[in-house]
Design a protein around this ligand. Structure first.
Ligand SMILES: C[S@@+](CC[C@H](N)C(=O)[O-])C[C@H]1O[C@@H](n2cnc3c(N)ncnc32)[C@H](O)[C@@H]1O
Length: 393
């Protein structure tokens, strides 16, 4: 299997990536793309099935591009994710015998609290994989049931009247719904949607422009464009690992880099003396500050700006640095300032093992990777979140 959950075979010595084929299976296939160094294929006929294969009840799978490995049993999915991260770390770092410490799975479907959909030719749906054609959907097995009810409702509206909207974001937290639309919507649509929150074309047109969530006793405020983890149950697991870790060690001053709406920093703030968070998205920083006030937290400060620009400003005594960067990972300048700060430990939360491996290697002259845990936030996809613990040498 490759890192994207495709089967690998060789045809006349040319590496071929086969969508929907599992390790050990025998299939008839059709080449769908042929490049100089590799080809891509799809399965026409399964001749020998793997014991890891399951039927997946989604009519859109392999078309909408959302679920990549839904045809694997959940045990096989976890094994695949663990092996993928171990292989990447072994291949791209000096930790050649590296093994994952633990992987925390989540079996249930309907876990996502957020969905982004598009409307084209009055059809609501996901973009088809690698295109911007809309695949009309009425139900997604990954999203919260209340979001599915909203999708059905919008589809019923579209059968009768048009909506001149290109993109819709639907969020659902604790039964509360927030709909964000990129264009104005007519009043009868707003009245028809019932008791939800609606932001259209930048204006709050029904109730609020945020919804709230509780995590570890703190209330968090989530706007349509704030970063917020999509799987609540697993985020509690992920942050729980970080909290447990911080509780065990007597850390005083913590830097929370790429802090989003401050969820990690606020969750650990009661166990340390001071936390400083840095985040470039101003909506997220404003939510973070509101949460700080609302939860009466006095030992945390949020700085708005890019980590690479703001780190210089906060240089000082920090004994723990927590980083949770986007897929691109840390930039070289930030790595060198973190090394100058010389924290005792770095907790690195990552959603991309490739950039994580690169950064572990950039840090290795001063920091040793002691342990890595995986938390599966995204069942049926090839994505997995990791928490790595690095200690000063
Ligand atoms: C993976 S999210 C982590 C958010 C947060 N730790 C959480 O769990 O809710 C990455 C965050 O980094 C922010 N970001 C991306 N590039 C950044 C940069 N160069 N400097 C500061 N923040 C950045 C994004 O806006 C996003 O909120």
């Amino acid at each position: 299997m490759d890192d994207f959950g495709r089967g690998i075979c060789f045809i006349n010595d040319k590496i071929t990536f086969v969508e929907n084929a599992l390790e050990g299976e025998i299939v008839d296939l059709e080449i769908i793309a042929s490049k100089k160094k590799y080809q891509e294929a799809k399965v026409l006929n399964l001749k020998k099935e793997s014991k890891d294969r399951v039927e997946y009840a989604c009519p859109y799978s392999f078309n909408c591009g959302g679920c990549h490995i839904a045809h694997m049993t959940y045990e096989a999915q976890l094994k695949f994710k663990k092996r993928k991260v171990e292989n990447i770390v072994r291949r791209y770092t000096s930790y050649k015998d590296f093994s994952i410490h633990s992987i925390f799975g989540c079996r249930n479907l309907y876990y996502r609290n957020k969905i982004t959909l598009h409307i084209k030719k009055q059809q609501l749906g996901y973009y088809q994989k690698k295109t911007n054609q809309v695949i009309a959907i009425d139900h997604c097995l990954l999203v919260h049931p209340k979001i599915n009810r909203v999708i059905k409702k919008i589809n019923q509206y579209l059968k009768k009247k048009p909506l001149y909207v290109k993109e819709i974001v639907i969020r659902c937290i604790n039964e509360d719904l927030l709909l964000w639309m990129d264009q104005d919507v007519p009043q009868d649509f707003i009245d028809y949607m019932g008791n939800v929150n609606i932001v259209a074309n930048g204006k709050t047109v029904l109730n609020h422009n945020f919804i709230e969530d509780d995590l570890f006793g703190n209330t968090f405020l989530i706007k349509e464009n704030s970063f917020y983890q999509v799987n609540k149950k697993q985020v509690e697991k992920l942050y729980g690992l970080i909290i447990d870790y911080v509780k065990e060690e007597p850390y005083q001053n913590v830097l929370d880099l790429y802090c989003g709406t401050g969820t990690i920093g606020i969750s650990v703030s009661s166990y340390v003396k001071k936390v400083v968070g840095i985040e470039c998205n101003s909506a997220s920083v404003s939510s973070a500050n509101k949460k700080k006030k609302r939860n009466h937290i006095v030992n945390i400060e949020f700085i708005e700006g890019k980590v690479e620009d703001q780190l210089e400003r906060v240089k000082g005594r920090f004994d723990l640095v927590i980083v949770d960067p986007p897929r691109s990972g840390l930039d070289k300048h930030s790595v060198s300032i973190i090394k100058e700060i010389r924290p005792k430990a770095i907790v690195y939360v990552s959603c991309d093992p490739m950039t994580l491996a690169r950064d572990i290697e950039l840090l290795k002259d001063q920091y040793e990777l002691k342990k890595m845990d995986l938390v599966d936030m995204f069942k049926n996809t090839y994505h997995v979140e990791s928490v790595s613990y690095l200690f000063q040498k």
